[in-house]
Ligand binder design. Sequence first.
Ligand SMILES: Nc1ncnc2c1ncn2[C@@H]1O[C@H](COP(=O)(O)OP(=O)(O)O)[C@@H](O)[C@H]1O
Ligand SMILES: Nc1ccn([C@@H]2O[C@H](COP(=O)(O)OP(=O)(O)O)[C@@H](O)[C@H]2O)c(=O)n1
Length: 209
Amino acid sequence: MIVTIDGVAASGKSSVASGVARALGVPYVSSGLLYRTATLLGLEAGLHLSDAASLLACLEKRPLRLEALAEGNRVWLGDRELTGDLHSSRVDQGVSVVAALPEVRAWVDAQLRALPEPFVAEGRDMGTNVFPHADAKFYLTASPRVRAERRAQERPEDVPAIEAALVERDRRDTVQSAPAPDARVIDTGPLTLDGVVGTVLAALPTRRA
Ligand SMILES: Nc1ncnc2c1ncn2[C@@H]1O[C@H](COP(=O)(O)OP(=O)(O)O)[C@@H](O)[C@H]1O
Ligand SMILES: Nc1ccn([C@@H]2O[C@H](COP(=O)(O)OP(=O)(O)O)[C@@H](O)[C@H]2O)c(=O)n1
């Protein structure tokens, strides 16, 4: 079974995917973390973030591993854990440039498609491009202000600066961010996190505890 949870930036995808995955007793996988990993390694190597050939060469020679735990995904480069470095404002700003490169998208998609079922996958194009045959698809939204207020709990910047950056990233991500026609759209704004998780679980075709 594959459940996809897509949506705009900071709409709650990873928190909801984690809650759903824990309830189902399956892993979840964050595709955004792979785009963030490509961005971080490109920045650390001093590469131009639109230089697909150099980025790919850099990614393919490194011992990268995504640990798709239900309680939170972790990324490793050999023995070095990258997870804590993947949500900086620097990575936030560069990631949409990297995610626009078809070569990088193919690198991410190949890793996701190699995962053994069952799992929950979250990102932008899980239900449209990567897993169009998924058993259940969801698309999360919330207003830019609500999302910025949530993210302000996790970033040093203030709410207006975060909101402006989120709106700009949504704009750059428009191409790959359309909801699948068969996705259920959930506005997470008026709901608690548990409320969103419960809505997703209640909508699944077959519940697995
Ligand atoms: N109703 C809600 N639904 C989803 N997330 C929420 C909700 N209320 C607060 N949050 C919080 O919003 C923050 C952003 O969620 P996150 O899962 O990181 O989003 P995304 O993966 O879409 O960027 C998290 O701290 C999460 O706990
Ligand atoms: N399936 C995906 C997932 C992420 N991405 C890109 O990766 C970036 C980071 O994704 P994320 O899910 O970690 O970001 P947040 O929504 O958590 O802020 C997005 O802004 C997109 O540019 C994508 O293009 N396709």
